[in-house]
Ligand binder design. Structure first.
Ligand code: PGA
Length: 233
């Protein structure tokens, strides 16, 4: 309804997203900015700790994360699944076999840095399963983990979206029904080079992506429209 989006002709939408969301949030923004070209988007990308700080300081209109803090003052809307998978070097001997976590007890595990939501989710998952990984290294980004795994330094757990990014939706500009015309590329997303996904019991560990905001913050029209857009995808 046009009247509802009138307030959207100009303005700013400040979104903060955790590092793992950088693999899909820009793609999500595509159809939204095409429909609302007057909105200036500011997208901040940091790890979970930093994003939670920004949330507490009210720096952003909306936050995209997997592990929202347990705070009754926050509102959240789950909009997408986030499977976490075990990755190893392409030549890993267990590649292609169905294995147990116990089979990986002697592996060298590579973890994201303290403060990462991915690390928090992996630690919680392993704790619940009473599995203690042999952690030999912490690395400060998903890309660093992928390169270290491909180089044979160890194995790790990352969001599937960081390893097998979804194919880009190439939208032609300016058509209202652009998704109908989008050039859908191969349905099998390409995998990061040199990396195999291991088939391990209790994986994928399926978590969710949420949009999060303060209940007391009056949401801007742009923020409300973006939430509705996420909900209706
Ligand atoms: P990360 O975040 O990029 O900090 O690992 C994932 C999350 O917290 O949702």
């Amino acid at each position: 309804n046009l009247a509802a989006i009138n307030g959207l002709e100009s303005g700013r939408l400040r979104i903060a997203a955790v590092t793992t969301a950088e693999y899909f949030v820009p793609d999500l923004l595509g159809p939204f900015v095409t429909a609302h070209p007057g909105i200036e988007i500011e997208l901040a990308i940091e790890n979970r700790d930093r994003i939670v700080q920004r949330l507490q300081q009210g720096m952003d209109d909306l936050t995209v994360m997997m592990m929202p803090p347990n705070d009754p003052a926050l509102e959240r809307m789950v909009f997408q699944q986030n499977p976490l998978i075990v990755i190893a070097a392409q030549a890993h001997p267990q590649q292609g076999k169905a294995i147990t976590l116990a089979d990986l007890a002697n592996e060298r595990w590579l973890m994201r840095e303290a403060g990462s939501g991915t690390r928090m989710a992996v630690e919680e998952h392993f704790q619940r399963l009473q599995f203690t990984p042999n952690v030999v290294m912490s690395l400060g980004s998903n890309e660093a983990i992928k390169h270290a795994v491909a180089a044979g330094l160890g194995i790790g757990v990352l969001s599937e979206v960081a390893v097998c990014p979804p194919p880009l939706h190439l939208e032609p500009h300016s058509t209202q029904h652009s998704t109908e015309h989008s050039t859908q590329q191969s349905t099998t997303a390409p995998r990061a080079p040199g990396i195999a996904v291991l088939t391990v019991e209790h994986f994928p560990c399926v978590r969710q992506w949420s949009a999060v905001w303060h209940k007391t913050n009056p949401l801007s029209v742009a923020a409300r429209t973006f939430i509705a857009y996420l909900q209706n995808r």
